[in-house]
Design a protein around this ligand. Structure first.
Ligand code: G3P
Ligand code: CA
Length: 242
């Protein structure tokens, strides 16, 4: 099976990250799926934004968790990227699911619970996945293993993945002790041995964030299950050539 290409925060090199234009572009560039980051507003609406603070990617300031959804919606999440995207808003998870439901895309939803513990985020996200009937093509990932536990308690058949950026001795035995079906690693810790162990044990290994041609080739040669990339178009053309 060839390495699958997932657009990291959408096609985020070309459009503002984690916005509908970036997701639409990912599909246009033939990505097999999209990756995005989920947090909760003060009124418990799951929204797609990477940082806990809105400052970097909007014209506002302060924490996502302190905004109501309506307040957050009024922020401009496009102008920081370029004038062309002025007026683009932060999408809710529901907006993305509504769009994905009728399109051929896998979904990688990262639950951002490593710095802030969003109460009930797992159940809120789970209910929406059911509502839009996209559970079978969704993986829920997190740096926080307790989040993965909570997900599996809701439904043991939901696909989960553990995120890590640090090299760990006995990575696979650690992985088998937590409720994770797959492993998502930073590209700097990818090596041949880990890739081959994951393959032998049938553990999906996906790598982030892979943008450079040499790094993309390495992932393809090591037969990683997937990559997260800001440049799905480049990832696609290199994959075609290897
Ligand atoms: O899901 C993989 C990757 O997105 C994790 O890192 O910081 O880009 O959310 P980050
Ligand atoms: Ca992420």
């Amino acid at each position: 099976m060839q390495t699958q290409i997932f657009a990291h925060r959408g096609a985020s090199r070309y459009a503002p990250e984690n916005t509908m234009p970036a997701f639409r572009l990912a599909l246009h560039m033939q990505a097999e799926g999209v990756e995005t980051d989920v947090q909760l507003t003060r009124d418990q609406i799951p929204v797609l934004i990477h940082d806990e603070n809105v400052k970097r990617t909007t014209d506002g300031s302060g924490f996502v968790q302190d905004y109501t959804f309506q307040e957050l919606r009024s922020l401009d999440a496009g102008s920081w990227f370029s004038k062309e995207y002025e007026g683009t808003h932060i999408p809710s998870l529901e907006e993305l699911l509504q769009w994905v439901a009728s399109r051929p895309l896998f979904l990688h939803l990262e639950l951002k619970t490593d710095k802030i513990s969003y109460k009930h985020i797992e159940k809120i996200v789970y209910d929406l996945l059911q509502k839009y009937n996209v559970m079978e093509r969704t993986t829920l990932s997190s740096f926080n293993e307790d989040t993965l536990k909570n997900v599996k308690e809701l439904n043991s058949s939901i696909d989960t993945a553990f995120l890590t950026s640090t090299k760990m001795r006995k990575m696979l035995s650690y992985l088998s002790s937590i409720p994770a079906d797959g492993l998502h690693i930073k590209h700097t810790i990818l090596n041949r041995k880990l890739a081959s162990r994951c393959r032998k044990n049938q553990i999906p290994l996906r790598v982030y964030t892979v943008n450079r041609p040499a790094h993309l080739r390495k992932c393809y040669h090591l037969k990683c299950s997937g990559i997260f990339t800001d440049v799905p178009d480049i990832a696609w053309s290199i994959r075609k050539a290897v």
